[in-house]
Design a protein around this ligand. Sequence first.
Ligand code: ZN
Length: 560
Amino acid sequence: MMKKNISVVMIFAAILASMNCGERMIQEKAPIEYVQRELDKLAPVALQCDLNQIPNSEIKTLKKLIQAAQIIDQLFLLQVDPENLKLARELERYRGTPDQPYLDLFTVMFGRWNRLDHDKPFLTNKAKPLGAGFYPPDMTKEEFESFLKEHPDQVEAFESNFTVIRRIESKLTAVPYYLAYQPYTEQLAKLLEQAADETNDPTLERFLRLRSQAIRTDDYYDSDMAWMDLNGDLEIVIGPYEVYEDALFNYKAAYEAFLCIVDKAESEKLMQIGGYLNDMEAHLPIADRYKNFNRGAGSPIKVVQEVFAAGDTKAGVQTAAFNLPNDERVREAKGSKKVMLKNVMRAKFEKCWIPIAHAVLAPKLLSLVSFDAYFNEVLMHEMSHSLGPGFITQADGQRVDVSKKLKECYSVIEECKADVLAILNMKFLIDKGVFSREIEPSLYATYLGGMLRSIRFGINEAHGGGVAIQFNYCFERGAFKIDEDGKLDLEEKKLYPTLVDLAHQLLMLQATGDYEGAKKFIEQYRRLTPVLQTAIDRLHAVPVDIRPSYPILNELGLNE
Ligand code: ZN
């Protein structure tokens, strides 16, 4: 940890110098038509959640936490670009004028670069620095690396997830977040303490006190451990987590927050489904010797309603589910937790998913699609990741991870498997009486309707690629077809057996660790066929994601 030898005054001087006080920030604007078109890709939605489920003490806690999350927004703005706070003030003048779209796109993107269009600049003529605001803008990768060769004692501090690199008196220096981002870090720590004072949930109180300390020291281990133990009404994530904003090295963690209420009805359903995991494994369409009953439940799943989100996660495309913490030490000790944001998923379903179904699905299927079927399919997808062969025992008796055998083919095969098993397992649970028989037609229509949403973002990424494989496999066997108007239709009697067959193929590629076979299979089916391309071409006017607002802020008397 970097605590010695840094004068706080020096740091502030360096930060102030980098802010170009007095200079006009907005130098070159993209045409307003472009900015408006990009905004239109994100459907506005007022994100709803039901506060009646939780006691008064937790509403007071939430209020403090929303204030804390608003600080997270400020912190992330600074991480993206040290000039952002000044820019934000300057852009306020656009509110209520014809130039407001610039302010709106800036707010969505947390900066001057469009995250939906390869970081294309729209309020500057400068490209976004790869290292965002985490490093001096003129520092190269080579300079960073050669500095560490000369100063091996600095490696830990420089590569830490929780330091920024600054040039102080022309020398590269690692500054811990809690110092670099004063006074925001101190304000954040105080608000977390105040939230801890309000809550009646002992697990949340413990997490918040430890997290408050962590914000002041940048040591997150104890609070990550405490986060795994949360078991009350609120599910709270707040702090620096993901490292993608640092595209230079993926070292620096970006601040983000998810404030959520646990969905109790869904949690009960999950418990019930969890009880069938072994039966689902037994029911897999492969020989018993390939089945694996010892994989454990994987990461526990929680279903929640998002009340407010802030920082990294709110920039550009909205998160619908996450798996944390990232600290491998915590994962080893306690596993990780998968959290699904049901109201965010519903908003995406209504604003982006349904319009896709309208554009590509045969009318008779359109009347069958439902959010419930969609949501349950996503849930079963997540659970299905923990089913099937995870390890292969080699001839020499050694156990090898399937992913090591299938290498770059692994993730697309695994995502494809989880999609297909999701449908098989839903059918299994219908047969067991967990879900009602009536949802079966809805299940298949929703399955087909959702495919274009993934493929639209490209088939080279694992999820989109996995879906292209399923679509082409089913199409080839007549389980999917085109109706007389060129819309997508399905043959219900053929679909289930086709999926059993596909599941068998995928599971056997994993069970035998057949790298060459997986490669051939992917080459054969992961293709953008003319049928798929025609369907994708119909989607150009459909929003790609949502742009949430949070009416809850008004309800609680907080400023936006
Ligand atoms: Zn998956």
